[in-house]
Design a protein around this ligand. Structure first.
Ligand SMILES: Nc1ncnc2c1ncn2[C@@H]1O[C@H](COP(=O)(O)OP(=O)(O)OP(=O)(O)O)[C@@H](O)[C@H]1O
Length: 264
């Protein structure tokens, strides 16, 4: 039976983004099924960040569609992502430096709060219950990443690998259905990367994950499906073994003889 939109958590179709005369994305399509990890790879400038920004509502495509849980997203904004069940991490971590680790993670859990503005302003009723619940959830998320002992520290005082775990805890505490990971392995040691791989495989079973990453061993290890971009176009899409065996992918990374001849 042909798959329907609801078989896909996310469906991207025909997305094109131009910056002036440059086509950063040309007619790009991909799907992510629930409970799978999709990798988005490609050489520098291939369009990965642009696609990530389109999904996050930061960049508007000139054409194409994005469908989440069977509903087409129109003009969505970054602050609406959490409400849509989508969470993301940033290359630059984006932790709030003046807030404790715990408060940083509580910010990520905000969409689970049920009380409204009156409760929040008066500090009464549901708000207090929400706050207790959110604190407990945030602590559980920090524990999942083995960094609960840093809850009251300021992020900037912690080693980079610990800050990365805090950023992941913040992204996961809202129990997203779709998690967008932007180069989560950058700057991590080999041991930290191996630990990250195990974590991604674990939470990739509970949600859909899109992984933008240059660390090829990690991508091949954790992804169920990989989409390869080059000059804004999808040049290969399939399971890791198919992508690894595709000469077009190797050429994209190494540079084709034709490009080398033209690029002198
Ligand atoms: N805001 C912008 N204005 C103009 N050009 C842009 C803009 N953002 C990206 N580009 C261009 O679009 C193309 C795709 O860039 P993008 O950052 O999406 O690639 P990438 O695959 O994420 O690269 P990297 O791996 O180096 O981060 C590049 O040629 C880039 O210079």
């Amino acid at each position: 039976m042909a798959p329907t939109a609801l078989d896909h958590l996310l469906e991207v179709e025909g997305v094109t983004v131009r910056f002036g005369g440059l086509a950063a994305l040309s007619d790009v399509g991909l799907t992510i099924a629930p409970g799978t990890v999709a990798g988005l790879i490609g050489p520098n400038g291939a369009g990965k960040t642009t696609l990530f920004n389109v999904l996050s509502g930061v960049v508007r495509p000139q054409s194409g569609s994005i469908t989440l849980k069977g509903e087409r997203l129109r003009d969505h904004r970054p602050h609406q992502l959490a409400g849509l069940g989508v969470s993301r991490t940033f290359q630059g971590l984006n932790l709030f430096g003046h807030m404790s680790v715990l408060d940083n993670v509580i910010v990520g859990a905000d969409r689970l709060a049920r009380g409204g503005l009156p409760e929040m302003l008066t500090g009464l009723g549901r708000y207090q219950r929400d706050e207790r619940e959110l604190t407990a959830r945030a602590m559980a998320a920090l524990e999942e990443f083995g960094v609960a002992d840093t809850a009251h520290a300021l992020p900037g005082t912690l080693p980079y690998g610990v800050q990365k775990r805090v950023a992941l805890a913040r992204a996961l505490v809202s129990e997203p259905e779709l998690l967008l990971l932007d180069e989560p392995a950058s700057g991590l040691s080999g041991d930290d990367t191996a630990e990250l791989a195990a974590k991604i495989r674990g939470f990739g079973r509970r949600m859909g994950v899109m992984l933008v990453e240059h660390h090829m061993d990690l991508v091949m290890d954790v992804c169920d499906h990989i989409v390869v971009l080059n000059f804004g176009q999808v040049i290969c899409s399939g399971p890791p073994a198919v992508v690894q065996a595709d000469p077009a992918v190797a050429e994209a990374y190494l540079g084709t003889p034709a490009q080398e001849e033209n690029g002198d």
